[in-house]
Structure formats: structure tokens, C-alpha cells
Design a binder for this molecule. Sequence first.
Ligand code: PAF
Length: 284
Amino acid sequence: MRTIRTIAELRGYLKRARGQEMTVGLVPTMGAFHAGHHSLMRAARAEHDEVIVSLFVNPAQFNDAGDLAAYPRNESQDAAEAAELGVDVLFAPPVAEIYPPGFSTSVQVAGLSEILEGAERGPGHFAGVCTIVTKLLNIVGPDVAYFGQKDAQQVAVVKRMVRDLDIPVRLEALPTVREPDGLALSSRNVHLGPDDRIRALALSRALKAAEDAVAGGERDARRVHEIAAAQLRDVDAEYLAIVDPANFDALTTIDGRALVAVAAHVGPVRLIDNVVLQPVPVAT
Ligand code: PAF
């Protein structure tokens, strides 16, 4: 595996792949790899001739300088893990390569970017995500780009952007990877102390409670919300929402696919998680 730091070098490398009609898979990341990232890399490796993993802690999507500074970074460990998984290129550019002096463009998806994560993290968050993802798609030109379903709203926003801007790429969202006790893997989990690690299970418990309620026949979204919210007493919940997974419109009745999304502060860490519910008729 080689590490590439400039756009020009990556484009030069990919020119050869394109000349040989190879397929290219891109896994955009901010590093601090865990098993969730590994699953994206494995899927890309299984499906493409060339696998490019980008590692860029994107300052444009952080609304809080402290959060950006605290974001875990360990490039040498990440590079070793990516190499082990058969990744061809780790694209790890410095900030000035991506945002040179005078950089003044931003890609925004209206509406969908302004609710839930957008409302909590500020309007710049998804604009930052969309701008870097657009740049990465333009730089790499992958056939497929891989994202984790844990960031369900990010997936929805990026899908909308790709559709609206006719970007020629297929997006794949892979399932959230969890610890055996249910905690969704996140690069931020390393900042959870032992007590907070236990309290953090409230998020997956809330989602499970919603899932069980719907499996048991409950269809009233307000009632499902109450049942799930009861599990969040020990954490500082930001939102718990039951929405249509395609457009993030709030649901009042769960009669088709429904996304339950939650965000909460647990000690010093902000966590998100979600589950997609697919109600099946209850036997009578
Ligand atoms: O999900 C992430 O890690 C980031 O938001 C992404 C997609 C790599 C853009 O910086």
C-alpha cells in the first residue's frame, strides 16, 4: 500500500487504473479506524480492482474547535490496518492541499441538512461534509463510494447531493458495526471513561426498545418515541426522532420503513446511533 499526499500524485496513479478499465472503490474516512471502517474497506476490496481510502480530518465539518482538536488521530496505525486489509492507496493530504489559500466554495443541500444533526451541529456541518465529499469524488472518480449507515443522515444528504449534481458514482451504505453489548462503534468511543461506557448503552437500548415496540405491533410513532425515550434518562439526549429514512420527514404512524435516530452527550462524548425499522404485520 502506498500513502499519497497530493491530488496531482493521486490523479497520476489513477490514470493508469482508468487506462486499464479497472474499477475503483473509495472509502472516505477521517481515520481512527475501527471495525466499522474495516467493513467498508473489505467491501471495497471485494468489489474493485483499486481501493482508495481517504484519511482527512475535515476541519470544515466541525463546528467546535475543541472537538476538532480532540478528534483521535493515529495515521501510522491506520496505515498498518489499511495495508493489512489490502487497500491500494491511503490518500492522506494535508489541510492546505484540500483547502488552499483563497478556497471559497461550499456545497449545500438545503432542507435535509438543516434538521437533526444539521440543527445540533450547525448549518456548516453538512456543508463541510458535502464539500469534502464532492472534492474526493472529483479527485478519485470512483465507481462506488462506501459509507457507514451509522451516519444515516450523512448518507441521505450525500445521496441527495449526488443525485442533484449528477455525480457519476454509486453510493453504498453498510450496516453499523456494534460491540457485543450493542454500542455502535465510533472513533469517539475512545474518549468514554468506564462509567460513561456503561451509560452509553442507553442509545442502543432506546433503539432496541423502539424496535421491540414496533415488532410487538405498536404503530403510533409518538408512543414508540415515549418507549424509546424512557431508556435515555441517564444521558443528555439531544434528539430522538422517528423519520422517513428517504427524506427525513417526521412520521406519525409507522406503516413502512422508519428510521429511529438518536444523539446524546455521554460525559465528554457526543454519540449518535440509529436503526431502520421495517414493520411486518402482527399475526392475530
Ligand atoms: O463520515 C466521515 O468520516 C466523514 O464525515 C467523511 C464522510 C469522511 C467526510 O469527511
